[in-house]
Ligand binder design. Structure first.
Ligand SMILES: *[C@@H]1O[C@H](CO)[C@@H](O)[C@H](O)[C@H]1NC(C)=O
Ligand SMILES: *[C@@H]1O[C@H](CO)[C@@H](O)[C@H](O)[C@H]1NC(C)=O
Length: 257
C-alpha cells in the first residue's frame, strides 16, 4: 500500500495492490500443490476490503493478471486454472475469462452490500493493449506509433472485447445484489482507449541508456511494453474523468449524471 496525504485539502490518496481483487493463497488445496497461486473467486480480497469503510471513493481496476498462472476455486472446489490444469482429459468449468467476470461480481457485490460503506465506487473497465503482429512475448510491437488511430481504423482485439464483456456482465450481476447505500459508476474506457496505441511506453520502458528503440536491420521490433501506459497520456484523461464523476457526485450536480 502507498499513501499520499494532501494537507491543503485534507485528502488522502491510497493505492492498494490486489492483483485479482479476490482472496489469493499459495498453500496446497485439494490436488493443487503449494506455491501456485489459488484464487477463491467467490471471496473478496481482505487486503483492501478491511479498509473500505474508511474510504470515500474507491476506484477499482483489474483484469490483466487473469493471463497469469493461477488456480480457480469456487465454493471450495477447484473449477479451473490459467496456465495450470494437470488433467487435460477433464474439462475446466471456469477459464480465465469467466474467472475475471466472477471476480468482478464478487468484489463489486461485496462493496455494494458492505454494511458500513457509503461512498462512491468507480469500476474502471479493462485496459486495452496494442501489441501488433504478435503478443508481448512473440514479437508484438507498437514501435513508432506516435498518434492515436483515426476513427475508422480501430483494430478489434478479441481478448480485450471478451474481457470487457465479462467484466461488464459481472458488474451488472453485482448491481442486482446491491443493498444501495453506496453509489456506483462504470468508467468504461476500453473501446475509446483502443485508439491510443501511441500511449504506451513502447521501446522506452527500460531505463538502460543503451536500450534498442528502433527495429533491427532484419525488421524485428525492439523489446517493448504496449500494455502499460506512460505519463503524460491516457492515464491523465482517466484521472480527469474520475474527478468529473466525483465532482458531480459530491458537489450536488446530481441531475446531470
Ligand atoms: C460495521 O460497523 C459496526 C459498528 O462500528 C461494526 O461492529 C461492524 O463490525 C462493522 N462491519 C464491517 C463488516 O466492517
Ligand atoms: C434500492 O434498490 C431497489 C432495488 O433496485 C430499488 O427499488 C430502491 O428504490 C432503491 N432504494 C434507494 C433508496 O435507492
Amino acid at each position: 500500500m502507498q499513501r499520499w496525504y494532501f494537507r491543503s485539502t485534507s485528502v488522502m490518496i491510497v493505492r492498494i495492490w490486489s492483483s485479482w481483487l479476490v482472496q489469493e493463497t499459495t498453500e496446497n488445496f485439494d490436488f493443487a500443490p503449494k506455491g501456485v497461486s489459488k484464487l477463491h473467486l467467490d471471496v473478496p480480497d481482505n487486503k483492501f476490503m478491511e479498509f473500505i469503510p474508511k474510504i470515500d471513493v474507491i476506484v477499482i481496476s483489474s483484469g490483466h493478471w487473469f493471463a497469469k498462472q493461477s488456480v480457480y476455486i469456487l465454493n471450495n472446489e477447484i473449477v479451473g486454472g490459467q496456465l495450470w490444469w494437470p488433467d487435460q482429459s477433464r474439462p475446466m468449468k471456469v477459464n480465465n475469462v469467466e474467472a475475471f467476470g466472477i471476480s468482478v461480481e464478487t468484489v463489486v457485490s461485496a462493496i455494494l452490500t458492505h454494511p458500513n460503506y457509503t461512498g462512491l465506487t468507480i469500476v474502471r473497465t479493462f485496459s486495452p493493449d496494442h501489441y501488433e503482429g504478435g503478443a508481448w512475448n512473440t514479437g508484438g510491437s507498437c514501435t513508432g506509433k506516435e498518434k492515436p488511430l483515426p476513427p475508422d481504423e480501430l483494430v478489434e482485439n478479441g481478448f480485450t472485447n471478451i474481457m470487457h464483456k465479462k467484466q461488464v456482465s459481472g458488474f451488472e450481476r453485482a448491481v442486482k445484489k446491491a443493498t444501495n447505500k453506496s453509489k456506483l459508476r462504470l468508467l468504461d474506457i476500453t473501446r475509446i482507449f483502443g485508439y491510443r496505441h501511441d500511449g504506451h511506453p513502447g521501446p522506452y520502458r527500460s531505463p538502460d541508456p543503451n536500450k534498442m528503440t528502433k527495429r533491427g536491420p532484419d525488421g524485428r521490433p525492439p523489446p517493448q511494453d504496449c500494455l502499460h501506459w506512460c505519463m503524460p497520456g491516457p492515464v491523465d484523461t482517466w484521472n480527469e474523468l474520475v474527478l468529473e464523476i466525483i465532482r458531480r457526485e459530491f458537489e450536488g450536480d446530481r441531475n446531470s449524471s
